[in-house]
Design a protein around this ligand. Structure first.
Ligand code: NAD
Length: 357
């Protein structure tokens, strides 16, 4: 099992180091190889995604990714900015399915902005289509408006589009994920006004007939945004398009209160995947040894489950994380009175220790 380790910038190096320690302690035959990505890669090789890094990622079964970006690169032309590395990896690896779990750990219910009884026990999986929709649809651009309310005025336009196979493959991913969880899929669309999402709804309904053990319901995106804060425990698996998923996954993430706890995965049709925390490179706390490594450690657990077919090892890590939270250990982002404040390395060490029962 080959893993490409791409720590990236800022806190990326600190948090990935802890996840790597945990992976190495599992007694699995893992081959880990590290390469630069993002701003670090730009500094060393003049490009945020050097050829050698891309090749390593493509040849691996999975990529463990930290984070990229720093304000000092903001003046570079767009194609050379650190964030382009993620887009490049998604494109070249064909990563079309983004998994973002939003889990509210019992010990952290107070960190949510919602009432504890609304989020206690929350366990949602948002599955976002990652390669289509209005973000990539052509044509797009700026021009003089040929018609409309202000003909001749400057206008900008994008095109929302999805093909049937794109919808089918993400729907299969969602139903199969639901079979391993609460057997409930909510497909989020805007079929009442958009042709693209009428096709979405029709295709998801058709695919759903192949999964009679999974309950399927449909929800308009405006209602879904509302229900996520009104009754979030209604949801099990949510499947939606690229733009709606972008927005709803951040909303769902915040239900749990802490970005430092949230893993994510992006998969292609061979189940090869890129695993990373949902947060960025946090330049404000980089190098201080205070970043929360749990989102990255939990991303490593997702990697074991989804790409490396090692569900028991994944569960060992997840149980260890729950254990350290129960012991009251907290990095500053999740700290509250009565708990013990620890740094990045101490948190990693504690998870390592908790792996053995
Ligand atoms: P960010 O997620 O890096 O930080 C937002 C806030 O959350 C900061 O206050 C930070 O200190 C805190 N935070 C984030 N992760 C944390 C952790 N593990 N433990 C404790 N606190 C944590 O977002 P930002 O500040 O908007 O962006 C910083 C840089 O990261 C930018 O260059 C941005 O482009 C980049 N970025 C990269 C990714 C990625 O690599 N996938 C994603 C988002 C942002």
């Amino acid at each position: 099992m080959k893993i490409a380790v791409l720590p990236g910038d800022g806190i990326g190096t600190e948090i990935v180091a802890e996840a790597v320690k945990v992976l190495k302690a599992l007694d699995l035959k893992l081959e880990l190889e590290e390469a630069p990505v993002g701003g670090t890669a730009y500094d060393q090789h003049g490009h945020p995604l050097p050829e050698a890094t891309l090749k390593l990622a493509q040849a691996a079964d999975a990529v463990l990714f930290g984070a990229v970006g720093d304000w000092k690169y903001d003046k570079l032309e767009r194609a050379l900015r650190p964030e382009q590395a993620i887009l490049g990896l998604r494109k070249h690896m064909g990563l079309f399915a983004n998994f973002r779990p939003a889990i509210c750990y019992e010990q952290l219910t107070h960190a949510s902005s919602l009432k504890p009884e609304l989020v206690a026990g929350l366990d949602i999986l948002i599955i976002r289509e990652l390669t289509g929709d209005i973000y990539f649809g052509q044509p797009r651009g700026r021009r003089q408006a040929p018609d409309g309310h202000f003909p001749g005025a400057e206008e900008a336009f994008d095109t929302m589009r999805y093909t049937r196979p794109e919808i089918e493959r993400i729907a299969h991913v969602a139903f199969q994920a639901a079979q391993k969880r609460g057997k409930h899929v909510t497909s989020v669309d805007k079929a009442n006004v958009l042709e693209t999402f009428q096709l979405w709804k029709d295709v998801v309904t058709e695919v759903g007939q192949q999964y009679p053990d999974v309950k399927l319901d449909h929800m308009y995106v405006d209602n879904a945004a509302m229900q996520l804060v009104k009754a979030p425990k209604f949801f099990d698996v949510v499947v939606t398009g690229n733009m709606f998923g972008d927005i709803l996954s951040d909303e769902a993430a915040m239900l749990t209160g802490s970005i430092g706890m949230l893993p994510s995965a992006s998969l292609n049709s061979n189940r090869q995947g890129l695993y990373e925390p949902s947060h960025g490179s946090a330049p404000d706390i980089a190098g201080k040894g205070v970043a929360n490594p749990l989102a990255t450690i939990l991303s490593a657990a997702m990697m074991l489950r989804f790409s490396l077919n090692q569900p028991e090892a994944a569960e060992r890590i997840e149980t260890a994380v729950k254990k350290v939270l129960a012991q009251g250990l907290r990095t500053p982002d999740i700290y509250s009175e009565g708990t013990t404040k620890v740094g990045t390395r101490e948190m990693g060490e504690a998870v390592l220790k908790a792996l053995t029962p």
